[in-house]
Every structure is written in structure tokens, then in C-alpha cells.
Design a protein around this ligand. Structure first.
Ligand code: PLP
Length: 457
């Protein structure tokens, strides 16, 4: 057990320390009440059955006093862990001043926008517009596509197998996850799915070293084929690292090829950085690893520092053909989120956290690399920065093994580690520690994970 007196926790927690069954008696009571009153669509507490009392830095404490290391971080929202005191102070100061602002200019919004624009690659400086959107990533995805449709006058969109862009009508239509889509008729039309370079299981049946080139060539062939059936689209929408799809980084050459192709066809390239952005992969945005300049960047999640809801698109000013009021929304001006987001971004830069993420990400991949040798059911270990995944496979059939992944998740929880699942059939155990996690806490978490994998064998 590591005692951590981090600067991130005013009242530090120490952990991991699980002293009751999971769920403990108090958690059980809250879960029963939740089951009685909340929608059947509730998801996380089904697999992570705890009620949370408080959190600090990389730790979460449940209502039974059990302390867990948090590698879920609010589905990638909490870049600096829970309740970073400097960010909390910034929010508290703003709370006293002014909280809600539609899209009026305010000093804190001005500061937030300046900080965010300054973090974009130099090629985007001076030509990038920002639109603050409704409070969730899916609203910003919607905004990005509306913008591209308006600017191009076209109606079709290219997106990729395995992608996830949200749960609204329109964003579900753009996402791969059939379980969400199938019960809902009449989704947004004109969406065309293409193979994403999931090289461990190449959708074109190619080898890992030819998968990305093959996926790109196929897209190019279809989009340039007069009989290809896909009209020139309003946008190509891609996650530089598929998150919910199972932590699948697109190789840089795929993103570079996509950029070349979309420029040649005059199609705006939209990168969905809702999950991979704001430092998660060791660059501010994941597309930077490929050295490309997209037309539209969609950001949310960690943009709000400590979980304050916010979403935005950053886009090339040539696309700014919107009429006044083209994308409105009551919650486009959450001043607390601006304060939190500006403070968090400054801390990430000041404390060299992007270097830390790259270093710890490489360390973790190296530490987990022997897993496929130790366990035949570990098919692949992959990721970028601190966005990492372990894909579990059925040893007999090679199929996605979501059942064993759920067992690993449960065994880890009982030992004091919260992890996320993703990928096809939820067969990928996902690690998204806070970006400022210490090596000691990271090691404690990885040790629990290794133990859970051993026990699940
Ligand atoms: N895009 C990506 C890549 C995501 O991972 C998510 C959510 O997980 C979304 C969009 C939707 O964001 P939100 O849940 O905030 O609407």
C-alpha cells in the first residue's frame, strides 16, 4: 500500500485499501435505491458496484470506507485526478463571481479561449475559430458535422468501424456500437462506415504491417470511384485513438494519408479528440503525433479540468460560414468550466505533465508487454501515452472475450483498482490513470491488474 500525500488532495486519501466485500453494506443500500429509482439504462455501477463518498488525486473512497486507485477517471475526464486543489481554488473564485453566461464574453472565458488556442500547434494559430457547444462531447460532434455540412453544402459523412462519438440520435448514427443503435429507428442518414486500422484484427484481413495502408487505400478507392456509391462527403470523422472502440491508436501514416486524401478531395477532416485530447496521449491532442493539421478538432471531457462539463470545436476559419445562432445552447457558457479548464491546462504545461505521460505510458507498455506470453488469453497490449488497453481473447476460438475481461475488472475492483472496459463485446481492459499519477501509484495499480489477470487465468 502506498501512502500518498499528494499536492492534489487537501485531505489526502491513502490506498488502495479494501476492507469489506464489494459492494460493502452501505454501497449496497445506495445501489438498491438507485435500482429502484433510476433508468434501466444505467451502466457503470452494474460492473463497478460501489457508491462513492469522496475522491482525492488518484483515489476514490466508497461509502464503506474502501479506497480504490482510479484508472477510470470519469471515463477520461479527470486529467489531474480528483479535486486538484489549484483547480478547485480557481473554480471557487469563479463561483463567487459569475457562473452562467450563454455566449456573452467574460474575462474567464476570454482567458480560457486564449489558453486553449495557444495550445494548438503553431500551424493552427491565427486561423482557428472556437465554438463553445453544449456541455457534452456529443453536442460538439453534432456541431462539427453541422458546420461541415453547412460549409460544403454536402450531406454525407465518412466515419469508421469501431468509432464512438456519442449517444444522441445523430452521434449514435456516426458510431459503430450496434447495441445502442438497433432499438432506435430512423437515425441520421448518409453515414458511411469504412475500415479503421485495427491492426490486431485487421478488418480487411491484412497483416499488422499492411493494415493501415490497406484501410487507407480502400477508402481512397471508394471515394474516387465514380461507381463507388459514396458521394463526396461533407466530412471525414476520425478518432486518432479509438477509445470506446478498444484503445486503438491509428498509426501516424494512416492519419497522414487521411489528411492528404481529404485535402485532395477538398473534404474537411474532423478529429474527435473528446477522449484522446487534453494531454491523454502525451501530446495536447493525439493528432499531433502524426504531425497533421485537421480542419476541425472536437474536444470535451478533460477540457473542463476537474470534471466540469464543457465541449468545444476548434476549426479553420474558412469553414466559418455559420449564420448567427447556427449552434445555440443554454449551457455554452459554463464559467466554472472555463475557470477549471484554464487552470488545469496551465498546470499541465507548467508541470511538464505531457512529458510525464509519454514517459509513464512507455513504461507501462513495457511492463505489460510480457502479458501475452504469461497468459494465452491476452491477445494484445496497446495504447498511446496513458490511454492503454489489454485485449482479451478466447483461447479456443480467438473471439473477443468480454466475459473474462469483466472478471478481471471485478477482481481488480475487489483488490482496490477501478478499470474501464471497452472494445468489441467489452473485451478490452482499459487503463486511463490521471495524467499526473505518480510512478508509485501507477505501479500499485499495475500490480493489482497483474494479480487480477493471474486469478482470471
Ligand atoms: N467522442 C468520443 C471519442 C468519446 O469517447 C465520447 C464519449 O465517451 C464522445 C464523443 C461523447 O462524449 P459525451 O459522452 O461527453 O457526449
Amino acid at each position: 500500500m502506498t501512502q500518498v500525500e499528494t499536492p492534489h488532495a487537501r485531505v489526502p486519501l491513502a490506498g488502495p485499501a479494501v476492507r469489506t466485500d464489494v459492494p460493502g453494506p452501505s454501497s449496497r443500500r445506495y445501489l438498491e435505491r438507485q435500482e429502484a429509482y433510476e433508468s434501466n439504462a444505467r451502466s457503470y455501477p452494474r460492473r463497478l458496484p460501489i457508491a462513492i463518498e469522496r475522491a482525492a488525486g488518484p483515489f476514490v473512497r466508497d461509502v464503506d470506507g474502501n479506497v480504490y486507485i482510479d484508472f477510470l477517471t470519469g471515463a477520461g475526464v479527470l486529467a489531474l485526478g480528483h479535486n486538484h486543489p489549484e483547480v478547485v481554488d480557481a473554480v471557487r473564485r469563479q463561483l463567487e463571481l459569475y457562473c452562467h453566461g450563454l455566449d456573452f464574453p467574460t474575462p474567464i472565458k476570454d482567458e480560457f479561449v486564449s489558453v486553449q488556442l495557444g495550445l494548438l500547434p503553431p500551424e493552427m494559430h491565427g486561423r482557428t475559430r472556437i465554438q463553445l457547444c453544449g456541455a457534452a462531447g456529443e453536442n460538439a460532434i453534432d456541431a462539427a458535422l453541422k458546420l461541415c455540412k453547412t460549409a460544403t453544402g454536402r450531406g454525407d459523412v465518412v466515419t469508421f468501424h469501431g468509432g464512438f462519438h456519442g449517444s444522441t440520435h445523430s452521434t449514435m448514427a456516426l458510431s459503430g456500437l450496434l447495441a445502442q443503435k438497433e432499438p432506435v429507428a430512423n437515425l441520421v442518414p448518409g453515414v458511411h462506415f469504412f475500415p479503421y486500422p485495427y491492426s490486431y484484427r485487421c478488418p480487411l484481413g491484412l497483416t499488422p504491417d499492411t493494415c493501415a495502408a490497406g484501410c487507407l487505400a480502400y477508402l481512397e478507392r471508394v471515394l474516387t470511384d465514380p461507381n463507388g456509391g459514396v458521394p463526396r462527403p461533407a466530412a471525414v470523422l476520425v478518432e486518432p485513438v479509438q477509445g470506446e472502440g478498444g484503445v486503438i491508436p491509428a498509426p501516424p501514416e494512416f492519419l497522414q494519408g487521411l489528411r492528404r486524401l481529404t485535402l485532395e478531395l477538398d473534404v474537411p477532416l474532423v478529429v474527435d479528440e473528446v477522449q484522446s485530447g487534453c494531454g491523454r496521449t502525451g501530446r495536447w491532442f493525439a493528432f499531433e503525433h502524426a504531425g497533421i493539421v485537421p480542419d476541425v478538432v472536437v474536444a470535451s471531457k478533460a477540457l473542463g479540468g476537474i470534471g466540469m462539463p464543457i465541449a468545444a470545436i476548434f476549426y479553420d476559419e474558412r469553414l466559418d460560414v455559420w449564420e448567427p445562432g447556427a449552434h445555440t445552447g443554454t449551457f455554452r457558457g459554463n464559467q466554472l468550466a472555463f475557470a477549471a479548464g484554464a487552470a488545469a491546462a496551465r498546470i499541465i504545461v507548467r508541470d511538464g505533465i505531457l512529458d510525464h505521460v509519454r514517459e509513464l505510458g512507455a513504461y507501462t507498455l513495457e511492463r505489460l508487454a510480457p502479458l501475452p506470453e504469461r497468459h494465452p488469453f491476452v491477445g494484445d497490449v496497446r495504447g498511446l501515452g496513458l490511454m492503454l488497453g489489454i485485449e482479451l481473447v478466447d483461447v479456443e476460438t480467438g473471439a473477443f472475450d468480454g466475459r473474462r475481461a469483466a472478471t478481471v475488472q471485478r477482481l481488480a475492483l475487489e483488490r482496490g483498482l477501478i478499470v474501464e472496459l471497452g472494445g468489441r463485446d467489452d473485451c478490452v481492459v482499459r487503463l486511463m490513470p490521471p495524467l499526473n499519477v505518480s510512478r508509485a501509484v501507477l505501479d500499485d495499480g499495475l500490480t493489482i491488474l497483474e494479480e487480477a489477470l493471474d486469478l482470471a487465468a
